[in-house]
Write a protein that binds this ligand. Structure first.
Ligand code: 5GP
Length: 120
């Protein structure tokens, strides 16, 4: 996910409302929606509303306010979905070795079943 931001990526279209999504949370900085191909009973994607390809792009380019707002939004999703008692997992893929498919930063939130040990 290097190079310029692609305004035609699927999450950009979701943010513009050009492609439907099932919203689970939204605030000034962030939007969260259900993954179309869930890997757990709860599988939500949390994205910043700004145009960032990756974690590095986001943390180097976004304002402190935007970064704090986004990280809080991830926490708000976990809390509002009631995931704290049984637990949840956060995951960010970046680049080809991590299989990042969509070049707009997203945090996966997995929950609702035992998730097994972490990947190597
Ligand atoms: P990545 O591999 O980039 O970390 O994850 C991309 C995620 O986006 C995948 O889990 C995939 O199922 C999800 N996804 C891809 N296209 C769409 C879409 O059009 N709508 C939604 N809601 N999720 C999508």
């Amino acid at each position: 996910a290097r190079g310029p931001y692609d305004d035609e990526n699927i999450f950009a279209k979701i943010l513009r409302g050009e492609i439907p999504s099932t919203k689970v949370y939204e605030d000034e900085w962030s939007y969260a929606f259900e993954d179309i191909n869930p890997q757990a009973p709860t599988h939500v994607l949390v994205i910043p509303k700004g145009k960032y390809r990756s974690w590095v792009d986001f943390t180097e380019s976004a304002s402190a306010e935007e970064i704090a707002g986004f990280i809080r939004a991830v926490g708000a999703v976990a809390r509002e979905l009631g995931l704290e008692d049984d637990g949840y997992r956060l995951l960010v893929n970046a680049g080809k070795n991590a299989h990042q498919m969509v070049p707009h930063l997203h945090v996966h939130v997995f929950a609702g079943r035992p998730l097994g040990p972490m990947l190597a």
